[in-house]
Write a new protein. Structure first.
Lengths: 231, 293
């Protein structure tokens, strides 16, 4: 469904990604791991068109999308949950969801589906996003992205800074989305969470793909985690 | 007249100042709030509104009220179109860099003022009010047009609040204001939002210029006072906070009316500037702005 071929991207003259290739299939979770500065978040931004792709291709169902303006990318079926959530803080929960629904012209069925996934948000619809707890903010960030009705969901460190019960909730949500047929690309640093959610792990180092492995054969203390993540 | 009638007159004059100031400053506040651009050319857009009103009322034949209504529509639309061109042609090319856009809008201010001087001339020119009704109070008579300006401002600002808080365009604008990059990731064409907001802010300034021109006169440097007062209002109210801007405009406008009546208009500007200094020292985000997290 989503395929990256030799992506090169960065900020201004600084090249962060140097020939990254990976693919994410429908109904599967692809996890991207690596040390700080490996280029994981930059990769997410490059896929979404938020930073220019200098070389290579981002293919969605075989069609290149790397040259599209960033605001056109979500219309093609990609949604992004950024690191640190980056909610529209002054807007209410309802309004944050409303921004997600703009592309779908306020699809009421989709809104209902998203609120069924996160019933707690329904109790907080009139609250401003910045007043929510960390876990609720993460729920909202995912819910807002799902309001785009995506086929590919990019999640950048969704469990960062959350308590264990919230991590479980996020994990269950990702597994449910996977079962619904979404292609999920996940940046995650918790090995246990990765092994529970992902089908394959792409290990990045210095802006390149160092290694790709199926999670089926990976143990929590596998060499790859030590070599590429430092765990 | 005794003290209280004079005080009432001062308050009414202050209310008119506050009304015009609120419309002007709301445009400046919107532009800064959404785009983080300090628009020094805002006063020139105010002046162009007034000059545009003079052109329309001078050259378009018809009943004065209808012609003035046409000026209220045409002048802000033309100024908004000019501002959109300035955004696309200049500000966007500077990538909305905070420092560069200040310099660019200073340049734009001079170009527009000198352009007005060249085509409009150095003389102040009167524009007749669309109607002449005098409201007779027990102590003095008062211009019906001035009260209409206050009413128009209240309606306009209420519509503005509704547009920002209750419409799809307002939601798009607030999302862009909150996080431009993430707004793009949700399908919002932020370049169009920026051009639209800059045009809309300029249109508001121009509309304020149209409303005020029967009270003052059209003059190519008439935007400088409103520009200074708008900055004062926006800083006191909180940069980007519309509610703060409106309350600060009311406070500054009423103070202007009272202090000008009993003391001197210059004293108003001195006190307002001092107030800005205190706000910047003790509450830099303004009275209603949110501080950095």
């Amino acid at each position: 469904m989503l395929e990256l071929r030799d992506i090169e991207a960065g900020y201004g003259a600084v090249r962060v990604l140097r020939g990254v290739s990976l693919s994410a299939a429908a109904g599967a979770v692809t996890c991207v791991m690596g040390r700080n500065g490996a280029g994981k978040s930059t990769l997410m931004k490059a896929i979404m068109g938020l930073i220019p792709v200098a070389a290579g291709h981002v293919l969605l169902d075989g069609n290149p999308i790397e040259a599209l303006p960033a605001h056109q990318v979500p219309r093609r079926g990609l949604a992004y949950v950024p690191q640190g959530r980056r909610l529209f803080a002054e807007l209410t929960v309802e309004e944050n969801l409303g921004v997600g629904l703009l592309v779908r012209r306020g699809d009421a069925g989709l809104r209902r589906h998203v609120l069924d996934l996160f019933p707690r948000l329904e109790e907080r619809l009139d609250q401003q996003a910045w007043t929510l707890s960390g876990g609720e903010q993460q729920m909202l960030a995912i819910a807002r992205a799902l309001c785009l009705g995506p086929r590919v969901l990019l999640l950048d460190e969704p469990t960062e800074g959350l308590q264990p019960s919230m991590i479980t909730l996020i994990r269950d949500t990702v597994l449910r989305l996977k079962a619904e047929g979404l292609a999920v690309v996940l940046v995650e640093q918790r090995v246990e969470a990765v092994l529970e959610m992902a089908d394959q792990v792409v290990f990045m180092a210095n802006g390149r793909v160092a290694e790709t492995a199926a999670t089926q054969g990976l143990a929590p203390d596998a060499r790859q985690f030590r070599d590429h993540v430092g765990i | 007249m005794g003290f209280w009638p004079i005080f009432l007159l001062a308050l009414m004059e202050g209310l008119v100042s506050a009304a015009v100031l609120a419309i002007t400053a709301a445009g400046l506040s919107l532009v800064f709030g959404v785009m983080r651009v300090v628009n020094v050319a805002h006063g020139a857009f105010f002046m162009l509104g007034a000059v545009g009103a003079w052109f329309v009322t001078t050259y378009v034949p018809g009943p004065p009220a209808l012609v003035f209504l046409a000026a209220m529509i045409l002048a802000p639309l033309c100024v908004a179109a000019l501002a959109a061109l300035a955004d696309i042609g200049v500000l966007k090319r500077l990538n909305y860099n905070a420092d560069a856009t200040i310099v660019a809008t200073i340049g734009l201010l001079y170009i527009l003022e000198q352009g007005a001087l060249s085509f409009f001339g150095p003389s102040a020119r009167p524009v007749p009010a669309p109607f002449s009704v005098r409201i007779q109070l027990p102590w003095f008579g008062y211009s019906g047009y001035k009260l209409a300006v206050v009413g128009a401002a209240v309606v306009l600002l209420a519509l503005l609040w509704l547009a920002i808080n209750r419409t799809r365009a307002g939601l798009v604008m607030r999302a862009t204001q909150s996080d431009r990059e993430i707004a793009r990731a949700f399908g919002i064409d932020t370049d169009k939002v920026y051009a639209g907001v800059f045009a809309f802010g300029a249109g508001l300034a121009a509309l304020a210029g149209v409303l005020v021109v029967p009270i003052q006169q059209a003059y190519y440097l008439m935007g400088e006072g409103p520009l200074l007062m708008s900055f004062i209002v926006v800083i006191i109210g909180g940069l980007g906070s519309l509610r703060g801007t409106l309350l600060a405009a009311l406070f500054i406008g009423l103070s202007d009316g009272v202090i000008s009546m009993f003391f001197s208009p210059t004293l108003t500007e001195i006190l307002a500037t001092l107030l800005v200094a205190f706000v910047l020292i003790f509450r830099p985000q303004g009275l209603f702005g949110r501080g950095a997290a």
